[in-house]
Design a protein around this ligand. Structure first.
Ligand code: THU
Length: 124
């Protein structure tokens, strides 16, 4: 399944709308019900309105009624591994206290979890 998620994350990264950074990111989210939701980053000329790939995938899933997640793969089209930004970590933690996350680059892969990436996250 992880390989399938990696392929999906790579594929959706091709849709990244990144005229400002040129930094393509793709995310693939597996739900407990077995569905895969993908997302890419979508930039804006008003830079702060940019939506990261992880949040695009999560918001797509939630708006389709899915809030229970099993696994997330984040791919960046770079040699170096890039870790999710703080905003995305907080959004992930809203739905899962221990989601398995695999971070993938063109040449590397790193397995972690939201528990490790965001210890003591904010939760109401
Ligand atoms: N980006 C993501 O898609 N996910 C992250 O976790 C960090 C950053 C995107 C946002 C922007 O389009 C580009 O990477 C550079 O910041």
């Amino acid at each position: 399944m992880k390989q399938k998620l990696i392929e999906a994350a790579k594929k959706v990264s091709e849709n990244a709308y990144v005229p400002y950074s040129g930094f393509q990111v793709g995310a693939a989210l597996l739900t407990e019900s077995g569905k895969i939701f993908t997302g890419c980053n979508v930039e804006n000329s008003s830079y702060g309105l940019t939506n990261c790939a992880e949040r695009t995938a999560i918001f797509k899933a939630v708006s389709e009624g899915e809030t229970n997640f099993k696994e997330l793969v984040i791919f960046s089209n770079t040699e170096e591994l890039f870790y999710p930004c703080g905003a995305c970590r907080q959004v992930i933690s809203e739905f899962s206290s221990d989601l398995k996350i695999t971070i993938v680059s063109l040449t590397d892969e790193f397995e972690t979890s939201i528990r490790d990436l965001l210890p003591h996250g904010f939760k109401l």
